[in-house]
Design a protein around this ligand. Structure first.
Ligand SMILES: NC(=O)C1=CN([C@@H]2O[C@H](COP(=O)(O)OP(=O)(O)OC[C@H]3O[C@@H](n4cnc5c(N)ncnc54)[C@H](OP(=O)(O)O)[C@@H]3O)[C@@H](O)[C@H]2O)C=CC1
Ligand SMILES: O=C(O)CCC(=O)C(=O)O
Ligand SMILES: [Mg+2]
Length: 474
């Protein structure tokens, strides 16, 4: 079945039941070491994960690791340009849950991202990236403890589909010709716009299917959070990209107010209900005036539309959500993408789950990680219905590769997410305890040490991992 790899002789497969993993006590889990700093991060992470499982469960539970190859290591094993061998894809599909170090993507050239390919091939449509503060972590932000968000990033479409044509290429030129001469003139809203002939062209597909399954997972996660954190913010640039990013927002609201009607309230609905609660005699028109800025300057048709919206909301949900009942529901709101970058800094406590499209989520997850200590503290998971791959937010950080220097916290916390996904909460909690204690005692890698006041001594990657183990065994 495999060309160059052999599964461990002990252990069993993780299976799935209705999208939930069914985990034996001795699961076989494929891992990809990763390029660049993967060489340092993976051994440190595996050591912590194994030690935590042993400390939590003794002989009862153990992970059987299955080494599979991708990136540079794969080319060494399988030959030139064999970056993502079939063996690896087969193993991940067969065993269902995997963990990986970072993989290099050259800028330009023909090679597309292996990381993105793994997500797309396995339909891992939700990229989940929590950004949470660990006490004592140095941060460039004044109140990093107020940030506790989970980014739910759509992981399979947007520009990451990689459908692009190079400037000057035959198909690129043909496409520009068709757009300039047929499609744009046939669309009156585009007026006399034309694409410059020396343009590269990329396609940005955003589907209703992709958007709604992502938002569904985000809302399901919100339902599991404490009441105060039951919020889902749809992040988009819909003011500029109406039919892609704007549609993501609309489809998100549509899902929240249909599939999760009983559990959700939208921000705009909450204004309508609360206006009515404050003044039960308020007419629908006055309610509309309070909800919509600049109402009186709108056309009569537009005003009528908003009055009808108010009436429809009151009719549909006053019974179930009115009289303050909406305060017990999941708040679903939306924010424009550039605004959310400043909002998480100026009003971090107001956000919880941020549901985004692929590119926005990529940008936002690095920025949010920076607020709670940097990329060395940024874990992540790629989740589908019958497969999950855990990986850090950051990349291969090539200038630090092989120096036993970088912070393994990101990959170790990705492992914590994997343990939680598997239901091995006790082991996950031990690691979080050990990491928190190591940070509080200033036993950290260079990235955190240099931000501390005064700068703390720098531990190696492997030493930081050992410090975590020391503290969770205490
Ligand atoms: N999922 C994946 O595998 C990803 C892969 N990539 C790929 O990785 C390669 C390198 O990308 P690059 O833009 O340099 O971004 P990286 O995320 O790899 O690194 C950027 C900087 O982030 C800091 N950093 C990253 N990881 C850690 C860590 N574990 N501990 C402490 N600090 C860390 C370092 O900052 P400093 O030097 O200031 O301390 C580093 O120089 C590219 O080929 C890219 O495509 C990128 C993102 C994700
Ligand atoms: O695959 C890559 O090279 C980059 C991906 C990335 O930045 C991410 O997923 O956060
Ligand atoms: Mg990224």
């Amino acid at each position: 079945m495999y060309e160059k790899i052999t599964p461990p002789t002990t252990g069993e497969k993780i299976t799935f039941n209705n999208g939930e993993p069914v985990v034996p006590d001795n699961p076989i889990i494929p891992f990809i070491r990763g390029d660049g700093t993967g060489i340092d991060l993976w051994p440190a992470s595996q050591r912590v994960l194994d030690a935590a499982v042993e400390a939590a469960y003794g002989d009862k539970r153990k992970i059987s690791w299955f080494k599979v190859y991708a990136g540079d290591e794969a080319c060494e094993q399988y030959g030139t340009y064999q970056y993502l061998p079939q063996d690896t894809l087969t193993a991940i599909k067969e065993y269902g849950v995997a963990i990986k170090g970072p993989l290099t993507t050259p800028i330009g050239g023909g090679i597309r991202s292996l990381n993105v390919a793994l997500r797309q091939i396995n339909d891992l449509y939700a990229c989940v990236r929590p950004c949470k503060y660990y006490a004592g972590t140095p941060s460039p932000h004044k109140t990093p403890e107020k940030l506790d968000v989970i980014i739910y990033r759509e992981n399979t479409e947007d520009i990451y589909l990689g459908i692009e044509w190079k400037e000057g290429s035959e198909i690129g030129q043909k496409l520009i010709h068709i757009l300039n001469n047929e499609l744009i003139p046939a669309t009156p809203e585009h007026g006399k716009k034309q694409i410059r002939l020396d343009s590269g062209i990329g396609i940005k597909p955003i589907s209703k299917t992709g958007s709604q399954r992502l938002v569904r997972r985000a809302i399901q996660h919100a339902l599991r959070l404490p009441k105060a954190k039951q919020m889902v913010t749809l992040v988009h640039k819909g003011n500029i990209m109406k039919y892609t990013e704007g549609a993501f927002r609309d489809w998100g609201y549509e899902l929240a107010t249909s599939e999760f009607r009983h559990e959700c309230i939208t921000e705009r609905e909450s204004w309508i209900l609360s206006n009515k609660e404050k003044n039960p005699d308020l007419s629908n028109e006055d309610n509309a005036r309070q909800v919509e800025p600049g109402y009186d300057g709108l056309t009569p048709e537009k005003r009528q539309e908003i009055v009808q919206e108010v009436a429809a909301v009151l009719e549909a949900i006053w019974e179930t959500h009115g009289d303050g009942k909406w305060k017990e529901k999941i708040m679903v709101n939306d924010r424009i993408a550039d605004s959310i970058f400043q909002q998480i800094q100026t009003r971090p406590a107001e956000y919880s789950i941020l549901a985004t499209m692929n590119l926005n989520g990529d940008y936002l997850s690095d920025a949010a990680a920076a607020m709670v200590g940097g990329l060395g503290m940024g874990p992540g998971a790629n989740i589908g219905d019958e497969c999950a791959i855990f990986e850090a937010t950051h990349g291969t950080a090539p200038k630090h590769a092989g120096l036993d220097r970088v912070n393994p916290g990101s990959l170790i916390l990705s492992g914590v997410m994997m343990l939680e996904y598997m239901g091995w909460q006790e082991a996950a909690d031990l690691i979080k305890k050990g990491l928190g204690a190591a940070i509080s005692n200033q036993e950290v890698t260079y990235d955190l040490a240099r931000l501390m006041e005064p700068p703390a001594p720098e531990l190696k990657c492997s030493e930081f991992a050992e410090a975590m183990i020391k503290y969770f065994k205490e």
